[in-house]
Design a protein around this ligand. Structure first.
Ligand code: FE2
Length: 440
């Protein structure tokens, strides 16, 4: 265990970023570290090793292709064998021993750890779908941590990680640099990127969508036009920063649904310069340009999509990341909360802070709900009674951030999440107070 870890960054500001979703970013922590005019010179500048990270197959269409070139102190190949380790509460699809459950489920917040727990050990799988070895579907996890990763690094070969912090600021130290992330922001760590999580507060808790499928992209805008929803310029990528450590550290890799580990004699975050479009990024949800009705009804919640992971069926997302952010409600003669519905897509929801407008009580920050495919859901009885009788003046929904991981396949819940103490029994009662609606 070491105390502070020396990191090397340009003296611009403590955290500096390069903006633009999917851009060809270029950054160097030491002037001259980035070769000019070629990716792999005979000898890379400063004696560094050139290495390509290919997040898509070489031949994927240019619009989808993701790769970066990194210039590092040692090639990534310099490491000993990985050996399997205990996977704790981390699971992957297919969850062969779990039962696909048609019931609507809701959980309170995951209890915070009693013993010192880092991000890896604090991962807790709620459910999953698809197949991790076929790159379809997602894993849905929570994290609850009380300790920074100092001599430990994580890398997920199975998917990219979308982090939604609920409690606690984080610094994500990654191969591509450092991201400072607070609740209200999200971060995406590209598939195969090594990183460690530093806690800036006593505890950290949040949600993770592990995307086994196509990497997240911005949704098409169609008739909305060239701007709106999450704007590309608001996605922030780190500038290069590297750790120059020569001591034993553990690198934990998630591969094929289980954890493996190897002891390295150096930090894997030794990238001094990089360029490309496969990296890590963050986004502040307060920048989301919320669209909605200015006449009647409200659009389908797909209008709130921040990022989408397309599947091979057009329009059926492997996963959508959708937010319910502060906004004005002005619809005339309109039931304004989310309507009652049943949906072939499956909806996992979480709450970062505030109150979600379809549930007056019981859906708590740090909690979660799962409305699996075709399960009937909508406002609870109190919310319906209020929203169907209130005077429809313009109303601003404030101080709330709920979100949804929506996915085309049903989510199979882990056995331990289906029997957890934070599972709320009797969630169905939310709708039992709904009165008969036929006036004869
Ligand atoms: Fe829904």
């Amino acid at each position: 265990m070491t105390g502070t870890i020396e990191t090397h960054t340009p003296a611009v500001t403590e955290f500096a970023y390069s903006a633009g979703f999917g851009n060809e970013h270029s950054t160097e922590a030491v002037p001259g570290a980035l070769p000019v005019g070629r990716n792999s010179p005979q000898r890379a500048p400063l004696g560094l090793y050139a290495e390509q990270h290919s997040a898509t197959a070489f031949t994927e269409p240019r619009a989808h292709n993701r790769r970066s070139w990194v210039y590092r102190i040692r090639p990534s190949a310099a490491h000993p064998p990985f050996v399997p380790i205990d996977s704790g509460s981390l699971r992957s699809a297919p969850l062969r021993d779990a039962v696909a459950d048609p019931n609507r489920l809701r959980w309170g917040p995951l209890p915070l750890p009693q013993a010192p727990t880092d991000f890896i050990d604090g991962l807790y799988t709620m459910g999953a779908n698809g197949n991790v070895l076929e790159r379809t579907g997602i894993g849905i996890h929570l994290y609850a941590a009380s300790k920074s990763m100092t001599d430990r690094y994580f890398v997920d070969a199975d998917g990219e990680l979308l982090l939604v912090p609920e409690i606690g600021a984080l610094v994500l130290h990654t191969e591509y640099g450092r991201l400072h992330v607070i609740p209200g922001e999200i971060a995406v760590i590209g598939r195969g990127v090594r990183f460690r999580v530093e806690l800036l507060d006593e505890v950290a808790r949040g949600y993770v969508c592990e995307n086994y499928g196509h990497h997240f992209v911005l949704p098409e805008l169609g008739p909305i036009g060239a701007n709106g929803l999450a704007n590309a310029r608001d996605f922030l990528y780190p500038i290069a920063a590297y750790e120059d450590r020569e001591e034993t550290v553990q690198v934990v890799q998630k591969f094929g649904g289980r954890l493996w580990a190897a002891d390295y004699d150096h930090s894997p975050l030794d990238v001094v310069a990089w360029h490309g479009n496969h990296a890590v990024y963050k986004y502040n949800t307060a920048r989301f340009n919320v669209m909605g009705t200015v006449t009647y009804d409200h659009p389908d919640p797909s209008i709130y999509t921040v990022l989408t992971s397309p599947s091979d069926t057009p329009g059926q997302a492997n996963a959508d990341f959708v937010i319910f952010a502060p906004r004005w409600l002005v619809g005339e003669d309109t039931f304004r909360p989310p309507w009652y519905h049943r949906n072939v897509m499956s909806e996992f929801m979480g709450l970062v802070h505030g109150v979600y407008d379809a549930k007056a009580e019981g859906f708590l920050p740090g909690g979660a709900s799962l409305h699996n495919m075709w399960s009937a859901h909508g406002p609870d009885a109190d919310t319906y009674a209020k929203a169907s009788t209130q005077e429809l003046t313009p109303q601003r929904i404030t101080d709330t951030l709920a979100f949804m991981f929506e996915t085309r396949w049903p989510v199979v819940v882990t056995d331990f999440a289906r029997t957890a103490t934070h599972l709320q029994p009797g969630y169905d009662a939310v709708w039992q107070g709904v009165r008969r609606g036929f006036i004869e």
